[in-house]
Design a binder for this molecule. Structure first.
Ligand SMILES: [Zn+2]
Ligand SMILES: [Zn+2]
Ligand SMILES: [Zn+2]
Length: 378
């Protein structure tokens, strides 16, 4: 995402900031106007950089737990921000390390929602989806098993089921996550990556499953009706887990659903990274190979895949070079093949259509069909 300046002193800040490190004013992100607002010393009115007043309050998860920096419209009776209101289960915060881990999870979730909002994708809560007739709504369960952590037998699986995304709290522990990453041989494992993957399953169910779109999906990702359980035991069994240039990760090879979710997450990574580069106005003035002076002179949230990939290639290379200069592993440990780009293209177009409202309309129609079928069956 683009860097957001402090509306009081203009210092560029990270998205997670609550107090500007330069001017010490309290800051809050207003998703409606897509900017940070500030509260001056002793002030009660939130203002933007031009002095404009905004009728907003801080998210209740900031007042109660100090874990959210988003703002909510003061009118209405919704105390939680657009990201926090989707929580169905939060972990028991009395345990040691739990508040810090939960805070990390919420910070990643706000970044997820920032991208979804910029893509204009449907993000109804369960209650909103039921009211709109667009089920399933989106909800989150953040689960923690303290005994399992002690004994190394945590049984919580991160995943998606009918709109509910479950995340194991241990994914917020760097040591535990790194252990899981190396044991699974993954080049990349982050909380934000988990969210982008799981929400990919959600949009599969919202935009593709049970619609005519599934035929187009199968042409690229394969037939999702094959047994998931068989695919899973094969993947984790002997000889499984191979990775070819047709898939963005080894995990994507397991089943068409996972291929879609992995490719969906990958598109989010590229779009968000390009939005960041664009936000800084970065250009590569000394890059002379194929295309001169790569830059992001377009809106990455609404660009075609050709533009995204053409600019991303040189920047990803340069970012890897910077990381190597610091003795760090590559920022972007992936290679894109023609097949992968075709899948990215499919998802990118699908999301643009969903963002324009062309697909979401299908969902109520399907719901009506199902209701009619249920009435007839009754
Ligand atoms: Zn400031
Ligand atoms: Zn919040
Ligand atoms: Zn998955």
């Amino acid at each position: 995402m683009k860097p957001y300046p402090c509306p009081n002193c203009a210092r560029p800040n990270h998205f997670e900031v609550r107090v500007c490190p330069n001017c010490s004013f309290t800051l809050g992100y207003d998703p409606e106007s897509d900017q940070f607002l500030f509260l001056g010393d002793g002030a009660t009115i939130w203002r933007d950089a031009d002095g404009g007043e905004h009728d907003v309050i801080v998210c209740a998860n900031n007042n109660n737990y100090k874990i959210c920096n988003w703002l909510v419209p003061a009118i209405g009776n919704q105390p939680l921000c657009l990201a926090c209101r989707h929580n169905r289960t939060i972990p028991d915060l009395t345990g040691p390390n739990v508040p810090e881990r939960w805070a990390k999870i919420e910070a990643a979730k706000r970044r997820l929602f920032h991208t979804l909002l910029h893509l204009k994708l449907p993000i109804e809560t369960v209650a909103e989806a039921e009211a709109n007739g667009t089920s399933p709504g989106l909800a989150f369960d953040f689960l923690y098993d303290p005994v399992g952590e002690q004994t190394g037998t945590v049984q919580i699986t991160t995943g998606h089921e009918a709109g509910v995304i479950t995340l194991n709290l241990l994914e917020a522990d760097d040591v535990q996550r790194e252990k899981m990453r190396t044991s699974l041989g993954e080049p990349y494992r982050t909380i934000l990556g988990h969210f982008r993957h799981e929400v990919g399953h959600y949009y599969f169910s919202r935009l593709i499953e049970d619609t005519n779109e599934v035929e187009n999906f199968r042409k690229l990702f394969g037939d999702e009706r094959i047994s998931y359980e068989d695919a899973k035991s094969q993947h984790y069994g002997e000889g499984g887990g191979g990775w070819s240039g047709d898939y963005v990760s080894a995990y994507a090879t397991m089943h068409p659903w996972e291929d879609f979710a992995e490719t969906f997450a990958h598109l989010m990574h590229i779009v968000d990274a390009l939005a960041t580069l664009d936000g800084f106005g970065m250009r590569m003035t000394k890059w002379k190979w194929q295309e001169e002076e790569p830059s992001v002179d377009f809106d990455p949230y609404h660009a075609d895949i050709g533009q995204l990939i053409q600019e991303w290639g040189p920047f990803a290379f340069a970012e890897n070079a910077v990381n190597r200069s610091m003795g760090q592993p590559d920022l972007y440990p992936f290679q894109l093949s023609e097949k992968i780009v075709a899948k990215l293209d499919y998802i990118n177009r699908l999301l643009h259509r969903a963002g324009d409202g062309d697909i979401a309309a299908k969902v109520p129609a399907l719901r009506e069909q199902r209701e009619r079928a249920e009435r007839e069956a009754a």
